[in-house]
Every structure is written in structure tokens, then in C-alpha cells.
Design a protein around this ligand. Structure first.
Ligand SMILES: N[C@@H](CCC(=O)N[C@@H](CS)C(=O)NCC(=O)O)C(=O)O
Length: 209
């Protein structure tokens, strides 16, 4: 049994989607980051960086923060969604790190400046939107002739997808990125993704282009 500490954000949804895909039983603990729940002493023991998502694996009492680390842990625990060895294992980790270092931080800044504070910092809006388009372009080229980011559906797809699901917040026209759109829609239709997207609460349907 896994305890999942999460909220209705792309980083949180990565883990609920992975847990659904892996068929692992889990208990959801909603950490409302708008109410500063992430700063409680109990939560800080599990997630010292005061961010969701975090998990505790009740099988061995291991607690983990950082969505990339959690995805690798869950994949290794079950032997699914991450090849055990060879080049494809490192390709999945490569694209997972690309998400953690690029897609997450930069699209997060787009949400901050473009969606929530438009007009306040034109330079930041321009800079982060330009980077968002660059990243969408990289992903579109990677998906040319490929069904998934690395050979088979993996934790790399699961890490990237919830950030792309905010394409409307990012003012991205998916027509410009046909391979991303095809990949995004295919993953959106997976039952586990539909279910994991609604954790810890239903915020409406999965956005479709
Ligand atoms: N690198 C971290 C980022 C986690 C993160 O930024 N979480 C946000 C929500 S998406 C959060 O908890 N923010 C609360 C805060 O910063 O106080 C991960 O991938 O797990």
C-alpha cells in the first residue's frame, strides 16, 4: 500500500497516473498547496522541500519526494514502465530528466507569468513562452515516427503528459505540433490516465485540443 500526498497539479498527477497504470493500491492524502498544507511539520518530515508529490511505501516505510525519483521507484518496484537494463532504460531516464529540468520548470513559469500575471512582466512572458515553444518543438521532433517518447509507453510519457495537458494555459496551439497532439490524445484516452487525472479531486474533464 502506498500513501500518496498530492494536489491537482501536473507534478501530482504524474504519480496518481503512474499508480493507476501500475495497478498499485494507494491512499490519497490531499495537500492543499493554496492553503499552505505543504508547510505542516508532519508533511515536511516526508517532503523536506515542502512540495507535492510525495509518497510513503507502507511495505517498507520508505518516504520519497521529487516526482522523478518517485516514478523510478514505483517502476522498479513493479518491474513495469521502465526497462530493467540496456539503452532503453537510459533513454527513458534521459527523457524523464528532460521533463524534470525543462518542461516542468519552464512551463511552470509560463503558468505563473502568462496565465496568472499577464502584463506584469512582458520580458518574462516572452522569455518563457519562447522556451515553451522550443520545448514543444523538441518533443514534436522526438515523436516524429514514434508512438511514445521511448519505444514503449513509460514513466517518461507519464512525466511529460500532465504538463502538456495545460496547453491552454500555455496558449499553445496544438496544430503547430501535430506529433505532440497525436501522442497527447492517445495517452489522454487511457483509462488509467483518465482516473489518475482526477486525483485528489475532480477538476473537470481532461482538456482536449
Ligand atoms: N521537482 C519537484 C517539483 C514539485 C513542485 O513544484 N510541486 C508544487 C506543485 S506542482 C508544489 O508543491 N508547490 C508548493 C510550494 O512551492 O510551496 C517534483 O517534480 O516533484
Amino acid at each position: 500500500m502506498i500513501d500518496l500526498y498530492t494536489w491537482t497539479t501536473p507534478n501530482g498527477r504524474k504519480i496518481s497516473i503512474a499508480l493507476e497504470e501500475l495497478g498499485l493500491p494507494y491512499t490519497v492524502h490531499a495537500v492543499d498547496i493554496n492553503k499552505d498544507d505543504q508547510f505542516t511539520p508532519e508533511f515536511l518530515k516526508i517532503s523536506p522541500n515542502n512540495k507535492i508529490p510525495a509518497i510513503v511505501d507502507r511495505d517498507n516505510n520508505l518516504s520519497l519526494m521529487e516526482s522523478g525519483a518517485i516514478l523510478i521507484y514505483l517502476a522498479d518496484k513493479t518491474g513495469k514502465l521502465l526497462p530493467k537494463s540496456g539503452e532503453s532504460r537510459y533513454r527513458v531516464i534521459e527523457w524523464l530528466m528532460w521533463q524534470m529540468g525543462g518542461i516542468g520548470p519552464f512551463l511552470g513559469q509560463v503558468h505563473h507569468f502568462v496565465k496568472y500575471n499577464p502584463g506584469k512582466a512582458p520580458y518574462a512572458e516572452e522569455r518563457y513562452l519562447k522556451e515553451a515553444h522550443r520545448l514543444y518543438g523538441v518533443l514534436d521532433r522526438r515523436l516524429e515516427g514514434r508512438q511514445f517518447v521511448v519505444d514503449e509507453y513509460s514513466i517518461a510519457d507519464i512525466a511529460i503528459w500532465p504538463w502538456i495537458s495545460r496547453f491552454e494555459w500555455q496558449t499553445i496551439d496544438m496544430k503547430q505540433y501535430p506529433n505532440v497532439r497525436r501522442w497527447y490524445e492517445a495517452i489522454a484516452n487511457r483509462p488509467a490516465v483518465q482516473k489518475g487525472y482526477k486525483v485528489p479531486k475532480d477538476m473537470g474533464p481532461v482538456p482536449l485540443p
